[in-house]
Design a protein around this ligand. Structure first.
Ligand SMILES: C[S@@+](CC[C@H](N)C(=O)[O-])C[C@H]1O[C@@H](n2cnc3c(N)ncnc32)[C@H](O)[C@@H]1O
Length: 347
């Protein structure tokens, strides 16, 4: 092996091993939390499920390293978690735990602020048993740390899997400073995917849309100040844009949280606002058919985190849903617990 190849191999192997070890540490902390605070009786995964999870995690980190190394996104993105942001959120998360625990114990998911009745019924609930559902500033502050803890430090790494297809599309179409690509992230939450896209494609014109005013406010607050992003608080079922306004659209971790008809309407709206020849990248949880050995683990998720539409989503096929909206599916990949569908709007 040449010296440069050896250095790259050592760096890759260090990255995969150290991040996998960190995930195991997060996992132990999560198990301790789940047993003592939430009172869950966790069943050990089968040997097959454990091996599958381990293989998928290592593969996820290996691809993350490789794509940074290949210049699909800057190396700084894989170097660490936003520790400062998480350190500030941690005390609030701990202070909020008793309320979440009480909701888990009593299985209450209707404790929402007064304005909640303005929102669709499927939305106005305490998803993940979190305080205020999606309708509170504290919820928006705690969301990313909670998700990172649940997924053992892999959430942002899984989110980054949407970046390479967008970057490849932008390069193939010749977008750049002279001709910026317009991209909409539908249900952008607090903006983590937009942050990665902005770093990978600094010339792109980015738009993020979410139904939660508080999550949009959090995205505004935490996205880098020099990143030009338009953030819009509105409904993905009725996108406030004219037909074909965008060159590309992304959608991440929304579809498992909405009923079947809403899922179809959101994808239909994405199809409408993307230009002919444009790109759509849609990603969400693995579905049952993707990993039969993890069926028990996937089933436990909606039970523990109040996700009433998850089971029905997991029984569907994401690529079929994207195709039903009119897109031509180009590629479907799996990345640990996430499935990514890359599609094109026919010209
Ligand atoms: C599980 S979070 C995912 C957020 C983000 N994409 C991420 O990667 O963390 C689901 C998001 O969908 C938003 N959402 C749900 N229904 C929506 C709708 N009809 N229109 C726009 N956003 C919606 C919620 O407010 C929430 O921010």
């Amino acid at each position: 092996m040449e010296g440069t190849d050896l250095r790259a191999e050592l760096s890759r192997s260090y990255y995969v091993r150290s991040r996998t070890a960190r995930t195991a540490a997060f996992r132990m902390a999560y198990i301790a939390y789940a047993r003592t605070v939430a009172g869950w009786q966790l069943r050990k995964p089968t040997a097959e499920a454990r091996a599958s999870l381990r293989r998928r995690i290592e593969d996820l980190f290996a691809r993350d390293w490789q794509d940074a190394n290949d210049g699909l996104y800057p190396r700084e993105l894989i170097d660490g978690l936003p520790w400062r942001e998480y350190a500030l959120a941690a005390p609030k998360l701990i202070a909020d735990l008793p309320k979440t625990r009480e909701r888990i114990r009593s299985r209450r998911h209707d404790e929402l602020p007064g304005q909640a009745e303005r929102y669709p019924r499927y939305y106005a609930r305490n998803f993940h048993y979190q305080t205020d559902g999606y309708l509170g500033h504290t919820s928006a502050e705690l969301y990313d740390l909670q998700v990172e803890l649940i997924f053992g430090g892999t959430a942002d790494v899984m989110r980054r899997r949407l970046v390479p297809p967008v970057v490849r599309f932008a390069r193939a179409e010749g977008y750049g400073a002279a001709r910026p690509m317009k991209l909409l992230d539908v249900a952008c939450g607090t903006g983590h995917l937009l942050r990665f896209l902005g770093k990978a494609l600094p010339d792109a014109r980015l738009y993020g849309l979410d139904l939660s005013p508080q999550y949009i406010a959090r995205a505004r607050e935490t996205l880098p100040r020099d990143m030009e992003v338009s953030l819009i608080c509105d409904d993905a079922e009725k996108l406030p844009f004219v037909d074909g306004h965008f060159d590309a659209a992304t959608n991440l971790y929304l579809l498992h949280e909405v009923p079947r008809d809403v899922r179809a309407r959101v994808l239909g709206e994405m199809f409408r606002v993307v230009r002919p020849g444009g790109l759509a990248v849609v990603a969400d949880s693995l579905q049952f058919r993707d990993a039969p050995e993890l069926t028990r683990e996937l089933r436990a998720f909606p039970e523990r985190f109040h996700e009433p539409y998850y089971e029905e989503y997991a029984a569907q096929d994401l690529a079929t849903l994207v195709a039903a909206a009119g897109f031509t599916v180009r590629e479907t990949t799996l990345a640990f617990l996430t499935k990514i569908v890359v599609a094109e709007k026919p010209s």
